[in-house]
Design a protein around this ligand. Sequence first.
Ligand code: ATP
Ligand code: MG
Length: 589
Amino acid sequence: MNKPAGAPAAHLTNFIRNVIEADLAGGKYASRTWGGRPGLAPTHAGAPADPAKIRTRFPPEPNGYLHFGHAKSICLNFGLARDYGGVCHMRFDDTNPEKEEQEYVDSILDAVRWLGFDWNANGSEHLYYASDYFDAMYQAAEFLVTSGHAYVDEQTAEELRASRGTLTEHGVNSPWRDRPAAESLARLAEMRAGKHADGSMVLRAKIDMSSPNINLRDPAIYRIKRATHHRTGDKWCIYPMYTYAHPIEDALEQITHSICTLEFEDQRPFYDWLLARLAEGGLLLKPLPQQLEFARLNLTYVVLSKRKLIQLVEEKHVEGWDDPRLPTLVAARRRGYTPEGFRLFAERIGVSKSDSWIDYGVLEECMREHLNQVAPRRIAVLDPLKLIIDNYPEGAEEECLAPNHPQQPELGKRTLPFSRELWIEREDFMESPAKGYFRLYPGNKVRLRYGFVVECTGCDKDASGKVTAVHCNYFADSKSGTPGSDAYKVKGNIHWVSAAHAYPCDVRLYDRLFREAHPGTGERDFLLDINPEAKKVISAQLEPALKDVQPEERFQFERHGYFVADRIDSKPGAPVFNRTVTLRDVWQK
Ligand code: ATP
Ligand code: MG
């Protein structure tokens, strides 16, 4: 996806695009070079001009599965790179040793590729791990100490907290703040060498304890933490803080636009301070990366907080990370949501500078729009009731022709076997019709879609009065597509499958995970808002062609919605189906 493309569509404009366009027009990046790999100034100095007009990045921490919010960030970062002849780096922000695992790395790469993006461009793979930069980060820390911009602080955690000040009160200078650089440098080396206990000292940037921005009050940049890292093992017992590591990662990778969510706005002054100091010291080349913040995705009827998602999985409110009810990308894929639908969604919701909620219906509508174009039509009876055509010869069968897509005749037609006993939807028959009901009731005629007109003659019932079968007679000269069949004027048109040929199958009817738009509003436990109807498994009767489909094939079941063959539970010749989305929004109030 990182290929240079033409100008973006005219409607695609937002404040981030405006910044990029102004930067490009002003030649801000004209002098940039690219040494072929991330690195400090010597890597890029004197290297050829950067073939990428801009560089963005998607930097997840590999500590969980990606969710719909990440999809917004992926589409944004990779989409900008694509539209402006740039490159988007896939970077694992794995500087925190404790929570990160290979399993997450693999699933994140899968999800990004599934969304339709990749990180190969200009003949190389832009897949990076922040942990590969630990040496450069340490070198930068040594520079900060030597140049008087950082010091080792030996106060206790308690003292550090107490001296930090509040929103209304200044912080207090540490007694270690003015120690000689040589002493801090020696301590830093000892910290690295494992001579000191976890938490006994930290390296702090020396900025301004009276700054109104708490993030500038000598923030910690390195801490001691004996933990095994998923890639660097036990090489390090000190690790950089996220706010220190992230700007350096961006700079080493020559990122031009570092796009993050709004909660990092207050960190921008530190981001700029840090990179400016390192550039002064010749460790980085200018122009430096710039941070731009946008509003994160908040979506109704789901939760996008990692903590809450973990709780749902661990407490088994859902059946795992890929349970189609969850708003994770692995789950969305099983549910039948499409990459195209997500990209459309990202484009439609745009990016803004202020937090707001997006209605879940917007996402569903994007999925419908894409599925409507690509999903072949099939017949499924979800609540089967027998229809017996008494005047149709026993044992006889014939074929009816049905289009695969009503708006796309080039997709051709398929045959539906027709016989004396069919399955129809239970709701398509009423013994005593309600007002305005024009489907099957005794004495009424309907068309069996793509087949014959039939006239209802009555029904069978069991001892409890439940209807067990409906009876009718058919009109042999009324078959759809045959001369004269139009002469039959009926109001009702119902779908059916031949009982002898049908594929009986479990179908999972998925719906929204929560029944409240804002789960857990106020003090309420969000678990109480789980929608108990979000998964229903029914025994359906499907047209025979649906028996031989591949996992992940998607269809519209006429009158019902969009369905997908489950990619995990389907067996060859025995797919099971998941409802992706209904045909219409049934949640609109
Ligand atoms: P945590 O909840 O642990 O802070 P996170 O959800 O921010 O994690 P990261 O792995 O740090 O997950 O996120 C990777 C990228 O995805 C970040 O650049 C972040 O800004 C972006 N991102 C995360 N959640 C959303 C969201 N709801 N909307 C848009 N972007 C998001
Ligand atoms: Mg985060």
